[in-house]
Ligand binder design. Structure first.
Ligand code: AMP
Length: 405
């Protein structure tokens, strides 16, 4: 990695602003999943051990957008949903240490921190300046700060005040340990993957994934497996009947172009051979697996079928690098999660046999967790959009802004 990390600099006695991703699900003031808080612990603990004065900052949800929506629709807006206070409490429990929370005089609170003390700011997105990357707000964030650390890979693809703007006002800007790990794994997959390299892409939208598909083809991934609703745009472009399955019609020419690019580059694209279809009247009872070519106009494809799961698992055999992003079907609705779970298992098996696996994106990561396979994956990326943009070869604003080694 050519970006400096927190371990490359001296932070003893320095006031360190750490941009973390504490955007966790909270219901009635209770944290439902603290994975992201735990993910930031290595960096926070390291900063404590080193005797830094720690200022933590994160966003939580979309308070201003939700407020505007609520006002337009005349529905209630509950500000209590957007405070990071429960997160500060959870963090204090995990660290067995006091975590001070933003009060009326934040400047004084930050100035009075001692070595190893922790202070947490309130939800950054409560200020419109955060998402607008407002220069004044960015400058305020940098007030009293000696060192900036970005440990929030999942928001690094957005140029916000806390991910990009602030770096113009702090002399030293480095990656946190979680960010460092992301950059190492994803950087290797992007620039010098061990081969064979197999990528698996799924989800609903081809349009979101075009840049990453093109980048993977350019970098000559060995095989590209495409599942999920995305596949139907390719099938329809090839002249198949896809029934009422989800298709992005305007993307059909692009799908054909991609297939031609892949062919020219010697990249093998594998599409599903069969799928789980329903007639839209009685979804669950009518579910059946059929070959793609037997699809008629009345059917909706909601998952890959068992043949495809086997073909895809087979394609992963012997792989040395695997990147997976996006579900193979309508993962949220059981039993249409079966195809995605089968792929989660296949990726875990291939990892046991020596592949380096990287899984990103909410649904794919959820499938891995649901199947209890998290510890069998080399790297679970904390990014969805950020991971895709990184693999598309883009310099993420929040990464580009960090100091080079
Ligand atoms: P994306 O945001 O593009 O990664 O897409 C994720 C969404 O795609 C999930 O909500 C899935 O339910 C949905 N999805 C995947 N495959 C299908 C399918 N065959 N039909 C309908 N939705 C699907």
């Amino acid at each position: 990695m050519n970006k400096k990390s927190i371990k490359d600099i001296d932070i003893k006695g320095k006031t360190v602003f750490i941009r973390v991703d504490f955007n966790v699900p909270i219901k009635d003031g209770k944290i439902e999943d603290d994975t992201r808080i735990r993910g930031a612990l290595p960096t926070i603990k390291y900063a404590i051990e080193q005797g830094a004065k720690i200022v933590l900052a994160s966003h939580l949800g979309r308070p201003l957008k939700d407020k505007k929506k609520a006002e337009e629709k005349g529905t209630p807006y509950d500000p209590a949903k957007y405070t990071l206070r429960p997160v500060a409490e959870r963090l204090a429990e995990l660290l067995e240490k006091e975590v001070a929370f933003e009060g009326k005089n934040m400047t004084a609170q930050i100035a009075s921190l001692g070595s190893g003390d922790i202070f947490m700011r309130e939800n950054l997105r409560l200020d419109a300046g955060e998402e607008k990357n407002d220069a004044e707000f960015a400058k305020k964030l940098a007030d009293g700060i000696d060192i900036y650390v970005n440990d929030a890979f999942g928001t690094a693809h957005r140029a916000h005040a806390s991910t990009e703007g602030i770096t113009h006002h702090v002399e030293t800007c480095v990656a946190g340990l979680l960010m460092e790990k992301e950059l190492e794994f994803l950087g290797k997959a992007l620039n010098s993957p061990e081969r064979p390299f197999v990528a698996i892409l799924g989800g609903a939208k081809v349009s979101d994934k075009i840049p990453v598909i093109e980048s993977l083809i350019e970098r000559k991934v060995d095989k590209l497996l495409i599942g999920g609703a995305m596949a139907y745009t390719f099938f329809k472009a090839q002249g198949y009947t896809v029934g009422k399955s989800l298709v992005e019609d305007e993307m059909m020419p692009k799908a054909l172009e991609i297939e031609a690019q892949a062919k020219a580059a010697g990249v093998e694209i594998l599409l599903p051979t069969d799928h789980q279809v329903v007639d839209s009247y009685d979804p669950l009872n009518s579910r059946k697996a059929i070959q793609i070519e037997f699809t008629n106009a009345g059917l909706v494809g909601l998952d890959i079928g068992p043949d495809t799961a086997a073909v895809f698992a087979n394609a992963l055999e012997g792989a040395k690098t695997i990147v997976w992003n996006g579900p193979m079907g309508m993962f949220e609705e059981k039993p249409f999660d079966e195809g995605t779970i089968a792929i989660a298992k296949a990726v875990a098996e291939a990892t046991e046999k020596g592949a380096t696996s990287i899984v990103g994106g909410g649904d794919s990561v959820a499938a891995i967790n649901q199947a209890g396979l998290a510890d069998k994956i080399s790297h679970i990326s904390t990014g969805g959009g950020a991971t895709l943009e990184f693999l598309a070869g883009d310099v993420l604003p929040g990464v580009g802004a960090l100091d080079d080694k």
